[in-house]
Design a protein around this ligand. Structure first.
Ligand code: AMP
Ligand code: MG
Length: 345
C-alpha cells in the first residue's frame, strides 16, 4: 500500500509535467513586424520558437539591406551604380539569387526580367508619387531591360551590367528567398511546425502540430463584399506565393496601374490576369514563377507551370474566373461566397 502511494507521488507530477509541456508545445508563438516594404507574420511552435522568429527577423533585415534598391547602400545598389562601367564583387548569396533570377528569365523567355528596374523606378509605383509614363519615355527605357546584359563571373563572384543606366531589381524574387531562409532557420532550431507570411508570400514548415495540413487562404484580388478570400489550399512543407495587381497600384481615370511590368511593353502587365498563386517547395522559385506567370497570362503561364515538376498554380482572370493546374483540382477549396467569382474546374 505504501509502495503504491509513493509510486503515485512520483507518477502524478511526472504525468502532469508531460501534459503541461505537451500542451505548451501546441501553443504557437506569433511575431509581426515590418520589413521589405511589407508586414511579416510568423507563427511557430516549439521550445525555441521565440529565438528562431527573432533570428528570422534579423535575417530578413540582412537580406533586405543587401538586395534592396529602395534604400541607399547594399550590393545590388553598388552593382547598379557601376552599370556600364565595371564588375562588382557580390556575396555568395546575392550572386546565387542573381544567377537564379537569370535562369527564370530564360525559362519564362523574358516575362520575368530582373533588369526591369529602370521602368519600375520611372513608374514610381512603390513611391508616394507614381506617374503615368508617356510612350517616348517608355521607349527610351525599354532597351535597358534585358537580363542577357548581366554578366556573371563565377570565379570572382562578381557581376557587371553591360549598359549605363541598367538597374537590377530583385523585388520579384527576394521575398521568396527570404521565405526559404526563414524555413532554414526554423529547422536549425529544431522547429518542425511553423508559418511565415511575407506580404503575400506564405511558406509553411511541416504540418500543424495536430498533424493536419496548414490551410492557406487565397486573397480575393478585388476584396469585394465581405469575402476576403476566393478559396484556400491545404499544404505541408510548401510555399504559397501570390502576385497580384492589387498589391501595389494606383488608379487614374478608371485604369489601374500596378507594379508588375511587362518587359515587352514597359507598362503594367495587361495579360488578362489579376492574380496568380504558385504552390511549390521552394519559395524563391514560387516567387519568380508567380511574377512570370502573371506577365505571361493564363495560357502561356499555365503551360510554363505544367512543365515544372511539383509546382501548381491558381490563376484568376479579369472576368473573375479561377483556373487551377491539374494537380490542384482536388486540393483547391473554392469559396462559393466570393462574390462574382467562378471556379472553372
Ligand atoms: P511580385 O509581387 O513577386 O510579383 O513582384 C513584383 C515586383 O517585382 C515589383 O514590385 C518589381 O519590383 C519587380 N518586377 C516588376 N515587374 C517585373 C518583371 N516583369 N520581372 C521581374 N521583376 C519584376
Ligand atoms: Mg514574385
Amino acid at each position: 500500500m505504501k509502495k503504491r502511494n509513493s509510486l503515485l507521488v512520483i507518477m502524478v507530477p511526472v504525468l502532469l509535467a508531460i501534459a503541461y509541456f505537451a500542451g505548451k508545445s501546441q501553443m504557437p508563438l506569433e511575431k509581426e513586424h515590418f520589413r521589405m516594404g511589407t508586414v511579416i507574420n510568423q507563427l511557430a511552435y516549439g521550445r525555441h520558437a521565440k529565438k528562431a522568429m527573432n533570428e528570422v527577423a534579423k535575417r530578413i533585415y540582412e537580406i533586405e539591406s543587401l538586395m534592396t534598391i529602395n534604400a541607399p547602400g547594399g550590393e545590388i545598389n553598388i552593382l547598379n551604380d557601376a552599370a556600364g562601367k565595371e564588375a562588382v564583387r557580390l556575396s555568395p548569396e546575392t550572386f546565387k539569387l542573381l544567377e537564379k533570377s537569370i535562369n527564370f528569365s530564360e525559362l519564362s523567355r523574358g516575362a520575368f526580367d530582373v533588369t526591369i528596374g529602370p521602368l519600375v523606378r520611372e513608374w514610381g509605383i512603390h513611391t508616394e508619387n507614381p506617374r503615368i509614363l508617356e510612350e517616348n519615355s517608355i521607349s527610351k527605357l525599354l532597351p535597358l531591360v534585358n537580363y542577357r546584359d548581366i554578366h556573371l563571373f563565377k570565379e570572382q563572384l562578381s557581376a557587371k551590367l553591360e549598359k549605363s543606366g541598367q538597374v537590377v531589381d530583385l523585388g520579384g524574387i527576394a521575398k521568396g528567398y527570404a521565405g526559404d531562409e526563414a524555413i532554414r532557420i526554423y529547422k536549425s532550431h529544431g522547429i518542425s511546425s511553423a508559418y511565415i507570411n511575407i506580404g503575400g508570400n506564405v511558406v509553411v514548415l511541416g504540418n500543424k502540430p495536430n498533424g493536419e495540413p496548414w490551410r492557406i487562404a487565397i486573397t480575393n484580388p478585388r476584396m469585394m463584399g465581405q469575402e476576403r478570400y476566393i478559396g484556400a489550399v491545404d499544404v505541408k512543407d510548401n510555399a504559397v506565393v501570390t502576385s497580384g495587381d492589387y498589391e501595389r497600384y494606383f488608379e487614374k481615370d478608371g485604369i489601374r496601374y500596378h507594379h508588375i511590368i511587362d518587359p515587352k511593353t514597359g507598362e503594367p502587365a495587361d495579360s488578362g490576369l489579376i492574380s496568380v498563386t504558385i504552390i511549390a517547395k521552394s519559395s524563391t522559385d514560387a516567387d519568380a514563377l508567380s511574377t512570370a506567370a502573371f506577365v505571361l497570362g493564363l495560357d502561356k503561364g499555365k503551360q510554363l507551370i505544367e512543365i515544372m515538376a511539383n509546382v501548381e498554380a491558381i490563376f484568376v482572370t479579369k472576368d473573375k474566373e479561377i483556373y487551377t493546374t491539374d494537380g490542384l483540382k482536388n486540393n483547391f477549396i473554392f469559396n462559393t461566397d466570393a462574390e462574382g467569382f467562378k471556379y472553372i474546374n
